[in-house]
Design a protein around this ligand. Structure first.
Ligand SMILES: Cc1ncc(COP(=O)(O)O)c(C=O)c1O
Length: 405
């Protein structure tokens, strides 16, 4: 059988994955410092509310609509109105997850061989999502300056767009805040991006799954995050969903919100209706329970944000200091902190050493296309006691290199 090119992925496990598998097979435990599953770290959505909402939702009859159940879209719009964000239910498209929402948008905007710009460093998921739609994910670089933080390298972005002679690039993906850099888009960057979108006819795909998870103590009040819901200067698609917003990855409800110049919104919506109608992927009981589940948003987000602040503080306490070789990069939001550590060896060798010697599994920077040093991405949603223990072991691991150096 000759399989499709889009489904041809480099086979085999990388050295770190093999080391992890071997460790597990030998029966030794390790701690997963990359953990991003809220259901495994005690950030549990109120189970009684979930059970009751799904029971109620199960009574709802089947009423297929490419936008998703109207009652559900109204509930989402009402919920956002309560937070001061005006949404029109008819501009929402519900689906099973944000990942699926990307696939709808790549179908809408790209022909095979076209490209979308994705942030670098960035979450590796987008490469596969794009490839599965025969789309290329082309990186645009974010630069880091300590302790100021991350910003888009506009010089290189402009050069990349100017070099796209055939106009293959159709959209720019903004992860707001980005995973794993934890950086939000600010007003100045947005202004520059809008000019580029207009010049090169690009749509904005704004992934805001982590938007509400800001580390408030890190936000510069003079450059607050910009929220792209309803942004109307260029065609904009905001992606969001319950997986992060409500710490409910198992519930599977995501959405796209379309905004921009009216004509483009209408043309996009007509096409998205056909794409979404081919799948109708969001389950009725889940859509119908949206309002009841969103009522718990404040409770689950407050607990998660408090956890994130605490864990970030622990990493700083344990890993930073005047004589420490580590630094915790500025993080404004999201569930991950990046730590830069001394380059005693290759990142992968260090990652395997951490696992085998200290029983710590952490994602090295190269997983996210990070360059220029040794970085590890550490979860901000693990239990604080675990963060303490893990950060100490992480420190000890590098300390033993320092002593032998
Ligand atoms: C930035 C970002 N967007 C989207 C997703 C996937 O979200 P969903 O579970 O809704 O597909 C992830 C997963 O971690 C993510 O990091």
């Amino acid at each position: 059988m000759i399989f499709s090119e889009r489904a041809s992925f480099a086979g085999g496990l990388n050295a770190l994955a093999i080391a992890r598998k071997n460790l597990a097979a030998s029966g030794r435990n390790y701690f997963d410092l990359s953990m991003s599953n809220p259901t495994q770290v005690g950030l549990t959505f109120p189970q009684d509310v979930l059970a009751e909402a799904l029971k109620e939702g199960a009574r709802h009859g089947y009423a297929p609509d490419p936008h998703g159940l109207e009652v559900s879209r109204r509930a989402i719009a009402a919920h956002f109105a309560g937070k001061g964000v005006a949404l029109s239910p008819e501009r929402l498209f519900l689906c099973a997850s944000t990942s699926e929402a990307y696939s709808y948008l790549f179908k809408l905007l790209c022909d095979p061989g076209d490209a979308v710009l994705v942030p670098q460093p960035g979450y590796p998921l987008f490469d596969n999502l794009a490839k599965l739609e025969c789309v290329q994910a082309v990186g645009y670089e974010l630069d880091y300056e300590h302790p100021l933080g991350w910003s888009i390298d506009f010089e290189r972005l402009c050069a990349r767009l100017a070099g796209d002679q055939e106009g293959k690039i159709k959209a720019i993906v903004l992860i707001n805040p980005n995973n794993p850099t934890g950086s939000y888009l600010d007003e100045t960057e947005l202004e520059e991006l809008v000019a580029l979108c207009k010049e090169y006819s690009l749509a904005i795909i704004a992934d805001q799954v982590f938007f509400d998870f800001s580390i408030d103590s890190s936000i510069d009040p003079s450059a607050p995050p910009v929220n792209l819901y309803g942004f109307d200067q260029v065609l904009t698609f905001v992606l969001d969903g319950f997986s992060k917003r409500l710490c409910l990855p198992q519930v599977k409800l995501g959405w796209i919100y379309v905004s921009g110049p009216q004509e483009e919104v209408d043309a996009s919506s007509r096409r998205l209706e056909i794409i979404a109608d081919a799948f109708l992927s969001a389950g009725t009981p889940i859509m119908a329970s949206a309002g009841a589940l969103l009522a718990c948003e404040n409770e689950i987000q407050t607990a998660t944000k408090a956890r994130m602040e605490r864990v970030l503080q622990i990493y700083k306490q344990e890993l930073e200091g005047p004589l420490s070789p580590h630094r915790v990069l500025r993080c404004e939001g999201g569930w991950t902190a990046l730590v830069q550590s001394p380059a005693f060896d290759d990142e992968e060798v260090l990652a395997i050493g951490l696992l085998e010697e200290k029983g710590l599994y952490a994602h090295p920077g190269f997983f996210f296309d990070m360059r220029g040093g040794v970085f590890f991405a550490l979860s901000l949603i693990i239990e604080p006691e675990d963060a303490h223990r893990a950060a100490r072991r992480y420190f000890e691991f590098f300390d033993s290199y320092c002593r032998n150096a």
